[in-house]
Structure formats: structure tokens, C-alpha cells
Ligand binder design. Structure first.
Ligand SMILES: NC(=O)c1ccc[n+]([C@@H]2O[C@H](COP(=O)([O-])OP(=O)(O)OC[C@H]3O[C@@H](n4cnc5c(N)ncnc54)[C@H](OP(=O)(O)O)[C@@H]3O)[C@@H](O)[C@H]2O)c1
Length: 397
């Protein structure tokens, strides 16, 4: 193509006002010759979405909360922008499917991102997946959609992104690879023995990564690593007994692949999400990310230890759900989302989060869901179950 502008990739960011959204926009801002922002979405933060529209002038801005669509349209008009406003969950799906969009960055937090992420896959978009809950809940449907439409799925989660990079060294991963090793920083409570009285502020103060509140709490309970084990199993086609987790507090090695010949490949870098985002945006080329370079002489000793599954049972619960099947993974995720929300509202103590999830998992039954509607129904059922459990005073005291 001779027109450089026409060759630019059109980008839609689902969840543009969040932490991954901000890191993505930072990388995109460094490459105006390669990318143009076509659609941005948020859930309720109209002001932040309008600010982003001022900076990037997308064709479309969509807000998940339908009641805010009118205000969004008004604010965009006031700002003198030609960006079209839309609202409601369907508007997010439309944003992902837009004809001028080549690449969708799925960065909504939670199962709320599932429908729009799946729509992007079905529409054959290049899909940059950060929204791990979508693949945890509907791995089979999502991968089927990617295959059916010949979409290209690239993981943004730093661990899976690292594995994607390491697997480039194997022609046939299933035979060449012995196991995948996901690293975990250990979160803010790695060395804390008494977790009673932990506050949302303490749980969200991650020592290495600056992230949204839900994933920060998941990192503190190690559920984040559990969700990532399930995500890795779907993305790379590995059974749970070929996926290990190792605590690596420095967060310099983002994950590793052990090959049958004894070689172990690791991907390293500073803990900055702009690196995996730039890798996925540029793939198969490499583009600058803006991340600080890794200075090995300053990085200090790299340590590794086994996760303490007694103190952080969420990791064990995630393996248990993965072995039990897709319905259990949906229940695990839904129970976790409700429990974390309750903790962030200072209703449920931090230490009770795993017990609530365990109880919901124990009650969960049902075969693999064959449609998005069935996934969403199982998700709603598990949320109802969890909320009912939480009304028991024994959980919250
Ligand atoms: N942050 C990281 O470093 C990181 C790393 C790896 C993977 N991830 C994954 O990336 C995803 C996003 O994480 P994050 O840290 O960026 O989260 P975040 O900062 O909380 O941002 C979440 C984004 O999703 C939108 N959103 C929330 N609820 C929604 C709903 N019901 N419907 C539609 N949109 C909704 C938010 O809009 P409003 O602003 O309007 O609420 C916001 O734009 C998560 O799945 C997380 O596990 C994050």
C-alpha cells in the first residue's frame, strides 16, 4: 500500500480507561505511523473516556452502562468531537466488530468482557487478550471462534506473553516441551504470616506491578496465578500437571518453558506491561514500548521458591477447578469476582475469600457449556450462590 495512513492498523480498546488501557494507549501514542485508535470503551467512567477521546479522536466511544450514553454524547459534543457515542453491553460488542477495527485489545476486567471479546474473535479481528477471565470462563468457545474466523490471538498477560515468546523455539510444542513454568511475584503478603485484618489498601499495594484493584487483590490471594494456570492450559493446550508455578519476587523473569532436552528458556524484562503489549501489537515485528531497559547489574539476585498453598489456597482451588472442567472454572471465577468485590467493599475479610470460593466450587455441577448463553447462565448461577452464601453472618465476621 502506498498511502502510509491507510496501512495503519485500526485499534479498538475494550476497557480503555483501565490500567491495561492506559499502557496500551501509551504504546500506541509512540507509533502514530503504525496504529490509529478507532474505538474506545469504558464501563462508567465518562470523564476519563471523554479525556481519551480528546487525545485520540476515535470514531466510536462506547460506555457499558447504558444509562450514561446520553451524558457521554453530550460531553463529546461539548468537546467539539466527531466521535460517535453509544451505550450498553451491545455497544461494546459493536465496538469490537466495527469494520474499521483490525485489532481488538480485550482489557475489560472480569467475565463482563466475555461477550465483546468473543465477538472480536468471531469477527476475525487480531485479538490481544488481557481479559483472562474471558478465557477462563469460555476457553473452548473462544478458541473455536478464533479458529473458525482465522483470527489471530496474542496473549498480553506477561506470563503467557513470555511463554508465547519462548515457544517460538519449538516446532512442535506438544512433543518438544516438558512443562510450562509460570512465575508469580508472590504479591504484597509473601512474607506476611498473619493475614487477619488485611485492608483493601494493603491488598492493592502490589510491590512490583501497578494494576487495577481486582487483579491486585487476585495477586495478593494468588488467585491471579490460578486463573493464569487455567488460561495457559487453554492457550497452549497443556494439561494441569504440565504447568507449574514458582514464586519469583523480583518479577524479572516473566515465565519459562522447559524442553525435553533439559533446556529451559526464560523471557526477562522490567515489570512493565508496555513490553508484552508492544510485543503483541507489533507481532511478528518488534516495536519500542517505552519500558525502562533491564539492567542486569542492578537487578540483584534472582530468587525462586515454591508457593505456600496452605496460606494461599486459591492456587490449589484453581488447579482443582481446571481438573474438574469448564463449569467448575466458571464457578471459581464468578465466586472469586463476587468475593473480591465484597472484600473491596470492606464486607468480607481477606482471609475468607478462599473459603467462600471453595464452598461455591463444592456445590457446582454441570457439564461443559456449549454456547455463550450457557456460559453466562452458569456464571449468573454461581454469582447468585456466592451472594446467598455471603448473606450468612459467619462469613463476614
Ligand atoms: N493491569 C495489569 O497489569 C494486568 C496484567 C495482566 C492482565 N490483566 C488483565 O487485564 C484486565 C484488565 O485489568 P486492569 O488492571 O486494566 O483493570 P482496571 O484498571 O480495573 O480496568 C478495567 C477496565 O474495564 C472496564 N470495565 C469494568 N467493568 C466493566 C463492565 N462491567 N463492562 C464493561 N467494561 C468494564 C473499566 O471501565 P471504567 O473505568 O468505566 O470502570 C476499565 O476500563 C483484567 O482481566 C486483568 O486480569 C491486567
Amino acid at each position: 500500500m502506498s498511502d502510509g495512513k491507510a496501512a495503519r492498523q485500526g485499534i479498538c480498546i475494550l476497557g480503555a480507561t483501565g490500567s491495561i488501557g492506559a499502557s496500551t494507549l501509551d504504546v500506541l501514542g509512540r507509533h502514530p505511523d503504525l496504529f490509529r485508535v478507532v474505538a474506545l470503551t469504558a464501563n462508567s467512567n465518562v470523564d476519563a473516556l471523554v479525556d481519551l477521546c480528546r487525545r485520540f479522536e476515535p470514531e466510536l466511544a462506547a460506555i457499558g452502562d447504558a444509562s450514561l450514553a446520553g451524558r457521554l454524547a453530550q460531553e463529546l459534543r461539548k468537546a467539539g468531537l466527531r466521535t460517535t457515542a453509544s451505550g450498553g453491553p451491545d455497544a461494546l460488542v459493536q465496538a469490537a466488530r466495527l469494520g474499521s477495527v483490525d485489532c481488538v485489545v480485550a482489557a475489560i476486567v472480569g467475565a463482563a468482557g466475555l461477550s465483546a471479546t468473543l465477538a472480536a474473535a468471531r469477527a476475525g479481528k487480531r485479538l490481544l487478550l488481557a481479559n483472562k477471565e474471558a478465557i477462563v470462563c469460555a476457553g473452548s468457545l473462544l478458541l473455536e471462534a478464533v479458529r473458525g474466523s482465522r483470527a489471530n490471538l496474542l496473549p498480553v498477560d506477561s506470563e503467557h506473553n513470555a511463554i508465547h515468546q519462548c515457544l517460538a523455539a519449538a516446532r512442535d510444542a506438544n512433543h518438544a516441551v516438558k512443562r510450562l513454568i509460570l512465575t508469580a511475584s508472590g504479591g504484597p503478603f509473601l512474607r506476611r504470616t498473619d493475614l487477619a485484618g488485611v485492608t483493601p489498601e494493603q491488598a492493592c499495594a502490589h510491590p512490583k506491578w501497578n494494576m487495577g484493584r481486582k487483579i491486585s487483590v487476585d495477586s495478593a490471594t494468588l488467585m491471579n496465578k490460578g486463573l493464569e494456570v487455567i488460561e495457559a492450559s487453554w492457550l497452549f493446550g497443556f494439561a494441569p500437571d504440565r504447568i507449574d508455578v514458582v514464586i519469583h519476587p523480583q518479577s524479572v523473569i516473566h515465565s519459562l518453558v522447559e524442553f525435553v532436552d533439559g533446556s529451559v528458556l526464560a523471557q526477562m524484562g522490567t515489570p512493565d506491561m508496555r513490553t508484552p503489549i508492544a510485543y503483541a501489537l507489533g507481532f511478528p515485528e518488534r516495536i519500542a514500548s517505552g519500558s525502562p531497559r533491564l539492567d542486569l547489574l542492578q537487578a540483584g539476585p534472582l530468587q525462586f521458591e515454591a508457593p505456600n498453598q496452605e496460606q494461599f489456597p486459591c492456587l490449589r482451588l484453581a488447579y482443582q477447578a481446571l481438573r474438574a472442567g469448564p463449569a467448575a472454572c466458571i464457578a471459581l471465577n464468578a465466586a472469586n469476582e463476587v468475593a473480591v468485590d465484597s472484600f473491596l467493599k470492606r464486607e468480607l475479610p481477606f482471609v475468607r475469600i478462599p473459603a467462600v470460593i471453595q464452598e461455591v466450587l463444592a456445590r457446582c455441577s454441570g457439564g461443559p457449556p456449549g454456547s455463550i448463553e450457557a456460559v453466562l447462565e452458569l456464571d449468573r448461577e454461581a454469582r447468585r450462590e456466592t451472594r446467598t452464601l455471603l448473606t450468612r453472618s459467619t462469613w463476614t465476621s
